[in-house]
Design a protein around this ligand. Sequence first.
Ligand code: MN
Length: 291
Amino acid sequence: MGCHFLGSAHASDLQGADFVICPFPYDATASYGAGARNGPARIIEASAQLELFDEELEIEPFVAGIHSLPIPEELPIEPAKALALCKAMVGSVLKVGKIPVLLGGDHSVTIGAIEAVTEALDDITLLQLDAHTDMRDRYQDCHLSHACVARRALEHCHVVQAGIRSTSKEEWNFLKKRDLVPIHASSIRKNLQGATEDILSRIKTKRLYVTIDVDCLSPSLMPATGTPEPGGLDWYDLLYILKKVAENYQVVGFDLVELAPVPGIHHPEFTCARLIYKMMGYIYVFRRKLA
Ligand SMILES: [Mn+2]
């Protein structure tokens, strides 16, 4: 089994890469339907089947250079220890001026990533595409849970949320009080352009880190995830948002989390691989114009 995104024939060394795949198969904080630990390996496997050409951009995004770090074989169960390793992995990529592409794992891995990003760079917003607000201060007695990601991120940077369709009363009240009411999935489905402009207008910084929880997508597209919610984004909704974001802001890193592969159903991991490759293409095409 190859461990390079797109397969070893299209792998770049670290020096020649714009993008560095950071697989982090950690899912000890998942509340229900664990299995996200298998996400990175399945996505990397599926990526070997991707067409290299992006017909929308009319380029082969792999020319940007994609380097893949090895999949860690064993990770500590304790969240603080695991997320410190994740932070170190992402931080090492930022340090050499590359764009980390973190593959979860459950959503808690984003806490490690955003800590690394905000330590390395200033003027950061986290754009969270997710069905859930993940704004709890603690969950199941853990402050580093997948359900607390956005709350922890708020301690480091601005947070903009879109695709949301599930939250708790406490989280909703907290968001309202902070004037952070998220962009609902139904708003995106009703008026994609208007909702996207809303997303863009809320980003007040030059730089952006994007976290994609795969459950932002409709469960019909993405059944392989721990906490699926009805409704959600269509494939083209998500691509449109990501393209506009890459066109207008400097994306310094992104992650894709919460894929929990289901044996015998292959399209979710292929969808994830394609999504990652699309996002790389958008960033590659627009980053020189933004520089
Ligand atoms: Mn979610």
